[in-house]
Design a protein around this ligand. Sequence first.
Ligand SMILES: Nc1ncnc2c1ncn2[C@@H]1O[C@H](COP(=O)(O)OP(=O)(O)OP(=O)(O)O)[C@@H](O)[C@H]1O
Ligand SMILES: [Zn+2]
Length: 509
Amino acid sequence: MFLQNSYENRSLIQNILRSTIWVEIIKKECYIASKFQEFFKLYLKVYSMSSNKYLSQMENWSKEDLIRELQKREEENIALKNQLQMMKNSENDNNTIPSSVKELNSFAILPKVCSELSKEEVARYSRQLILPELGPSGQKKLVAASVLIVGCGGLGCPSAIYLAAAGVGCLGLIDYDTVEKSNLHRQILHTEKRIGISKASSVGMSVKALNSNVDIIPFDVSLTSETALQIIPKFDLVLDCTDNVATRYLLNDACVIANKPLVSGSALRYEGQLTIYHLGGGPCFRCIHPKPPPPETVTNCSDGGVLGVVPGVIGCLQALEAIKVITGMGSTLSERLLLFDGLQGMFRTVKLRSRKNTCEVCGDEPSITQLIDYEQFCGAKATDKDKGLRVLQKHQRISVMEYKEIVDRKTTHILLDVRLPVELEICSLPNAVNIPLKDIKKLENITTIREMLSSLQTQKIYCLCRRGNDSQLAVSALQEELQGDYDIRDIVGGLTEWSHKIDSTIPIY
Ligand SMILES: Nc1ncnc2c1ncn2[C@@H]1O[C@H](COP(=O)(O)OP(=O)(O)OP(=O)(O)O)[C@@H](O)[C@H]1O
Ligand SMILES: [Zn+2]
């Protein structure tokens, strides 16, 4: 069989093998980082194992499959090389980041009682020390303080770096995710070389490089109902730098139960918001939002987009609020919500309601005294990754492979791309008709679709979007509006799946 493969496929297989071997080697090399005498023995062993295993598996693969496999290996290689480089760098670096905390029961924050600022501290913080409201006494409070930053993304990066710069003694950094290329436009503490490594460690490294006096405690874990109360009580104050509703409720309830103030920020497109919950008798998040919003009304950065500067602004302001809470300077945003409109260049502050004595968690007789299942409560995952909507039956959906066959057989149909026009400028399939989901029920669009169906003499409409969520909603909407014997389906996984399985030249965004 192998002999029947084209020359091209064979050379692809060779490349995949080479790449696979490197993945294995680098993994091992990471493990034995400094024991290079074992390196060559390992190389030979891995080489012979990998060749036999992979050759027999890949003999019958198509060229497309081989290209995809190669890309996967190469990406894995880059991430691993970055990790290895990081390990080698840290061997020569005095400011190494402690490895991330896995045993949540056992970590401790070393108490920093700062009775006197050192000469070095006076020199480093001199420009803020001479502010009368802060002064040496405020600086000592900062040095003795510990702040937990939940989420090391667009908001977490600026808040972490400013708190470290200001001399906060200990920063806890939580994020379960790893650095991706699409993070770099706004998550400014990560670097190209750190793609693939833990976000919490990456932020830790940047923070340490700026101020080695700060103790860093990274947690490569998801904050959940199981982990939250093992971590939060050990810190003085918490920053919510996350991006999903379930985590917002979890953080709120955990901070009320642990009696910690919560500095909460959010940013989307060109706008941001900021407030402080559960501080000095002020309201908590549940006092303001007793019920979660319907999941389908929540937009995140990866769907709605965000200009990087906007979380930059809000993250900096979160750091400022934290500094005020710790030092007692000025007046905080408790019971007030700050709204930032980046496009108009406007800040506004609105008054929030005061604490509700009937609040389920911070009220006089709370019914929530321990953490609950927040994904169930919100009807949404505690991540903004893929909403994975499922509103259609199996017979109303087709896979990208099935759609490819329809295209190859030249079966007459309408391909309806329901993304925004700006997204079609990024990438699109040939002959797609664009009607954004939000406009799909408009009379003129329904009329256009009816006319196209009748002029093409077809009953078939295939709806396409970026990841296969909006396309399902489009199918439901069209079924309601068209009311006829039509074959309307959605293409599962959308253009992202098309890129993975059919045409890897389509960019994933
Ligand atoms: N429950 C949680 N525990 C730990 N980290 C969380 C939790 N919920 C969200 N996060 C983290 O909060 C961060 C939010 O940052 P942001 O929205 O800027 O990043 P993102 O999710 O990487 O962005 P994108 O939507 O572009 O993929 C993410 O890094 C995410 O992993
Ligand atoms: Zn409340």
